[in-house]
Structure formats: C-alpha cells, structure tokens
Design a protein around this ligand. Structure first.
Ligand code: SF4
Length: 376
C-alpha cells in the first residue's frame, strides 16, 4: 500500500510573533541528539502500520533547514532504509531564508529532495520585522534564486496578508515580486492571531494594529486577480499551483488518507487509528533513548467521525470531495447522512454537486468555515 510520511523538525532560528506551531528557538545543542532519536524512531516504524511504499515525504517544522545538510541527508537516508520508496516520490522540505545557502540546497537536491517550500511571508522589510522574521526581502529573493541554481524547479513560497502595517499597495508589491520569481506553487494565508503567541498579548494590550476587514477584503480580491493573471490555479483554500505542481503530500491530508508521522508532536493516521507523539523535543529524545514509547495519545476513529472529517477536509479543495469515494470507503450516502442541511447548503448556492464531486461554489468559498461548521 502506498503512503505518505511526515517528519517534524521542531527547531527555528527565532520564534515569529504569530507562530503557534510546535517549534522552539535556542535548542541548537539538541539538534544532533534529536536527529539520532528521529532515526531510531524511523527504524522502529509505527506498530501495526506496516512499512508501505512512500509516495510522498515531507520534512516540516519548525524550520528543517536549521539542521545541517549532513543531518538532513542522514534522516533521508534512514527513511530510504526503513521504507520502500516509490520511483516518482515527492520529497518536500520547508526552508526559511537565512537558514539556507547554495551548498546546503545543492546537497538537499542531490539527496533526492525535489520540492522546496520557502517561508517568505512578505517582500516588505518593515512587515517582516513586525512579524518577527529573521530575514529581509532581498534575502528571500536570494533564497529562491539559490534554490533554482541548485536545481529545484518545483518551488513554492508562503506569503501572508493582513499583516501589521500592511497596505493593499504593499500586498500588491509582494505578490508582484512573487510572480516574477518563476515559482510553481504559492501558499497564501490571512494572518490569524493565535492563542499563546506574542501577537495575542499585543492585541490584548492594544499594541497591534492590523488592517481592517475592508482592506483585507480588497487584499482577497487583489490575490485572486494576480494569481489568475500569473497562470496559477487555486486548488485548495490557501494553495495555488501551476498545472502539475499541486502538493501531493498535502492532498493526502485533504483526502484524509493514511500517513506516518515521526518526530516531536508528529501525528500518524493509520487504519482508522490516530496517534500523536509527545511535543517536547527534549522529552522526545529522552523517551527514545530510554527505549520508551513517544506516543502520548491514541484514538480510534469511528467510521462516522472519519466520514465527516473526510467531507470537511475534501471541501477545502476546489474540486471538492468525491461522492463515489465516500460511498466506497464508508458505505454512507452523503445525501442520506446530511439530509436537509445539505439540501439547504446546495439551494442557497454555497455547495454544488459537479459530476462525482461535492464542492464549495465561488459564492460559498469565502464562507468555507461557516459551511463546514454545518457539516462537522
Ligand atoms: S519560522 Fe515558521 S515555525 Fe518557526 S517560528 Fe516562524 S512561523 Fe513558526
């Protein structure tokens, strides 16, 4: 059976003001130990998970590229020993400007990494400083150019809008710069203020000025216009790709298919069971070294809960969720299951059935969260 694998590297050069991910700055002394522990966990595999054949591998974080090229290639080479790898495997890595150079990128490309996702967020230095990024716009452009020179053609950048002090004009300029870089994929997120982040504290204290709803709406419109003009197609709420460059790994999540997860805080979802590793990287190393389980939570998903999750996740994609797949996988008819609620969402123009797929309409997409809340 083909599957996907996620490897979590929980280290960053500095913690960004908006970040609620399981990531830590200032743990450089732990890197070597963590890489060793992750290799041990990989070789042990997931009990009951089989070892499958990997179609996609994703090194995410955190910032995986704070590790050295040799640490990263060591992890990848252990993956190849622990799993069989599909000949056309997609191997992605998240990278941040300021943590890559030409040599590291070349080593990664030569070791089989064939997709790079660069966390740029903005091409405006003032905005980058406001959100706590360690890099400048020039360094971000240089990171993209170095990646291209190292051989990467499947390149993505992450951008954010709704940033402190951001104007609609500066958002336009960030998009223009992104569009000029020859990218194949862009992920675009509206800043959300998450709990337990410096931004949450600043909002509470009245020290954070964010663009108003009206400006954010204009930025949404600008995004749609620039993305379409540059030949990108939206295929998920926050993701846009040139033809043939959709993230296969992320589609695994949106189709709610099985995946392995290794590292601190990583989740595995296999055969109807979901397990989560301890989040704390020191604790993770300690447990692996003591030959103890790193799993802190395990749940078996009931068919109906899994069905609903598959519907919600599938609706994130523009093509929607396959009705035949739902029937085959769960033996449940979506029309019968949701009855009146589904009919209302279709009649009100939020959802539509096109061929085998149920999907959000153009009218429904801006209200995706509200629609999903009805179906959850
Ligand atoms: S680089 Fe990414 S993971 Fe690290 S602190 Fe910033 S947003 Fe979080």
């Amino acid at each position: 059976m083909n599957s996907s694998l996620y490897l979590h590297i929980p280290f960053c050069a500095a913690k960004c003001n908006y970040c609620s991910f399981n990531s830590y700055a200032g743990l450089d002394d732990l890197h070597d130990r963590y890489v060793r522990a992750m290799c041990v966990e990989l070789l042990q595999g997931v009990p009951g998970g089989g070892q499958g054949r990997l179609d996609t591998v994703f090194l995410g974080g955190g910032t995986p590229t704070v590790l050295s090229a040799s640490q990263l290639t060591q992890i990848l080479s252990v993956c190849c020993s622990a799993f069989s790898i599909s000949p056309d495997v997609e191997i992605s890595i998240e990278a941040n400007p300021g943590t890559v150079d030409r040599d590291k990128l070349t080593a990664l490309f030569r070791s089989g990494v064939n997709r790079l996702s660069i966390g740029v967020q903005s091409f405006n230095d003032r905005e980058l400083r406001a959100i706590g990024r360690i890099h400048t716009a020039v360094e971000a452009i240089k990171a993209v150019e170095m990646a291209q020179a190292a051989g990467f053609s499947n390149l993505s950048v992450d951008l954010m809008y709704g940033l402190p002090g951001q104007s609609t004009e500066s958002w336009k300029r960030s998009l223009e710069t992104a569009m000029s870089l020859g990218l194949k994929h862009i992920s675009i997120y509206n800043l959300t203020v998450e709990e337990r982040t410096p931004f949450e504290k600043m909002v509470r204290e009245g020290r954070l000025q964010l663009p108003g709803d009206e400006d954010v709406e204009i930025m949404d419109g600008i995004t749609a216009e620039y993305i379409a003009a540059a030949g990108f197609e939206q295929y998920e709420i926050s993701n846009y790709a040139k033809v043939g460059y959709q993230s296969r790994h992320n589609i695994t999540y949106w189709e709610n298919r099985d995946y392995f997860g290794f590292g601190a805080g990583a989740v595995s979802c296999l055969n109807g069971s979901r397990r989560r590793n301890t989040e704390n990287p020191k604790e993770y190393c300690h447990l692996v070294e003591g030959e103890k389980s790193v799993v802190i939570e395990e749940e078996t998903l009931e068919d109906e809960a899994s069905f609903r999750e598959t519907v919600i996740m599938g609706l994130r994609m523009n093509r929607g969720v396959s009705l035949c797949m739902l029937k085959r996988r769960y033996g449940i008819s979506i029309e019968k299951y949701y009855g009146e609620i589904l009919q209302q969402l279709i009649v009100s123009g939020m959802l539509e059935e096109v061929a085998d797929f149920l999907r959000l309409t153009d009218k429904g997409r801006p209200f995706a969260n509200r629609v999903m809340a009805e179906l959850v």
